[in-house]
Design a protein around this ligand. Structure first.
Ligand code: SDX
Length: 425
């Protein structure tokens, strides 16, 4: 018997079945069950994929128990503290950190490609006032494909690089436009003399013919937030992106689908919900009542920004953000009232059996909202900030799947529990 296998016995008839074990370079091995249905006539069942690996990947590694996150083998604290978001985007897209020259070239490419076709403004004009920026952005990214239709065939490394750079460079412009349009503000075009993150803040805040102050500390804080959000293994929105990649859908459609999945409040929409929840709780005197609601099985209330499918202790990204929040409280003018409420929630939750037993710790969204609020980013734009950070990760994941030799279309099966044939005879 080959040692690197697992044997499963069906106790109903004593039959045994062998399946190969595939080892990771680091982290859990997997049992290859691709022949399970063929051998046993049964499907495996794993709602929400809590124990299921959907793919092989070389991009991002997470160790939930150790609270570890690596992009292409580089630890997240190194990337957040020593590198920029453009370093991170280049690393995820190309597999290597850029040299100084390559980074300068990439940065110039981002600036040149940051403009979007003027026709996008007609699409944005069609949306009602106060349309949610995530809805506008998802439509905007999908609409981009109509301007680059001849480029939708991505077969060579050059075509991949051009597509990737185009989308990464244009998403911030579409994002800032979605904010400006949803608030009836004049569009601010990218300034080719500004860096990637500075340009986004400029397009969000500037007014025609009026100087706008952008503090270096604000640019660095937002750039770090983009870096922390850049990729995260096979989370729900990346799974959506990979599902579209498996059908050979083009990257614009895949990124648009990723934006839709990320918008959910259990996922990237959580950072907006965290702030709304802190504002609703409003005072440290009310925290106990809401902790009790979060623990009550009969109450649908959940503590937003707490818990994670993979991290069963501190989310390493949350640790970086907590340091930024504490360091920049004064300089960024972070609301001390909301911080007091957040700190009381964290203190109680981290000592309460309900949260400890379930491994519920603050995740990235618990801290990002307070910093974004201090950066004068409106709440409805928080998930959009997540999109700007995550876009290079999504593109890298889309590309990794589409460059596989034998692409299997994502097509899970089910446990059918519905009616048996009721067709009238
Ligand atoms: C992101 O996957 C990623 O990598 C995502 C992300 C990324 O970078 O892409 O990290 C970004 O999405 C972070 C998560 C943001 N979402 C939230 O903060 C929303 C609040 N958190 C929960 O909805 C929840 O914790 C999830 C969705 C994040 C994780 O859900 P799981 O892993 O499916 O866990 P579960 O829902 O099965 O909960 C397990 C138990 C349950 O209690 P029991 O049935 O065992 O008694 O924990 C409880 C849950 O009721 N629980 C919570 C809770 N989260 C889980 N109870 C109160 N408050 C919470 N926040």
């Amino acid at each position: 018997m080959d040692k690197n296998t697992i044997t499963i016995t069906d106790n109903r008839d004593g039959k045994t079945y062998n399946f190969d074990i595939l080892d990771a370079t680091v982290g859990p091995s997997v049992v290859d069950i691709s022949t399970f249905y063929k051998k046993t006539g049964m499907f495996t069942y794993d709602e929400g994929y809590t124990s299921t690996a959907s793919c092989q990947s070389k991009i991002t590694y997470i160790d939930g128990g150790a609270g570890k996150l690596m992009y292409r083998g580089y630890d997240i604290s190194y990337m957040a503290n020593e590198k920029t978001f453009l370093d991170t985007a280049y690393l995820l897209l190309n597999g290597e950190l850029p040299s100084k020259e390559k980074l300068e070239k990439f940065s110039l490419e981002m600036k040149k490609r940051s403009y979007v076709h003027e026709g996008i403004k007609k699409l944005y004009d069609s949306f009602p006032d106060y349309a949610h920026p995530m809805a506008i952005l998802s439509a905007g990214v999908s609409a981009l494909s109509t301007y680059y239709f001849k480029h939708l065939k991505i077969n060579t490394p050059e075509e991949y690089k051009e597509m990737a750079n185009r989308i990464v460079a244009k998403v911030p412009t579409l994002a800032a436009m979605s904010y400006r349009y949803s608030n009836g503000l004049p569009i601010i075009y990218p300034d080719i003399n500004k860096g990637f993150t500075e340009n986004f803040l400029y397009m969000m805040r500037a007014y025609p013919h009026e100087y706008v102050e952008l503090k270096p500390i604000e640019i660095k804080a937002l750039d770090t937030i983009f870096t922390l959000h850049a990729d995260h293994e096979q989370n729900a929105s990346t799974t959506a992106v990979r599902n579209l990649a498996s059908t050979m859908a083009h990257p614009y459609a895949a990124i648009s689908a990723g934006i839709g999945a990320l918008w959910g409040r259990s996922h990237g929409g959580a950072n907006e919900s965290v702030i709304r929840q802190l504002e609703m709780i409003a005072s440290v005197d009310n925290v106990d009542e809401y902790i009790a609601k979060a623990k009550d099985k009969n109450d649908s209330f959940r503590l937003m920004g707490f818990g994670h499918r993979v991290y069963k202790n501190f989310d390493p990204r949350a640790t970086v953000l907590k340091n930024i929040r504490n360091e920049l409280m004064d300089e960024l003018g972070i609301s001390s009232e909301l911080v007091e409420v957040a700190e009381k929630i964290e203190k109680i939750a981290l000592s309460d059996e309900y949260f400890i037993k379930r491994g519920l710790y603050p995740n990235i969204d618990f801290y990002s909202g307070l910093i974004l609020q201090a950066l004068k980013i409106p709440k409805e734009m928080f998930a959009v900030i997540f999109v700007i950070g995550r876009t290079p990760g999504w593109i890298a994941q889309w590309s990794e799947l589409t460059q596989q030799k034998n692409i299997k279309i994502a097509r899970p099966r089910q446990l059918y529990t519905g009616p048996i044939d009721r067709t009238p005879k």
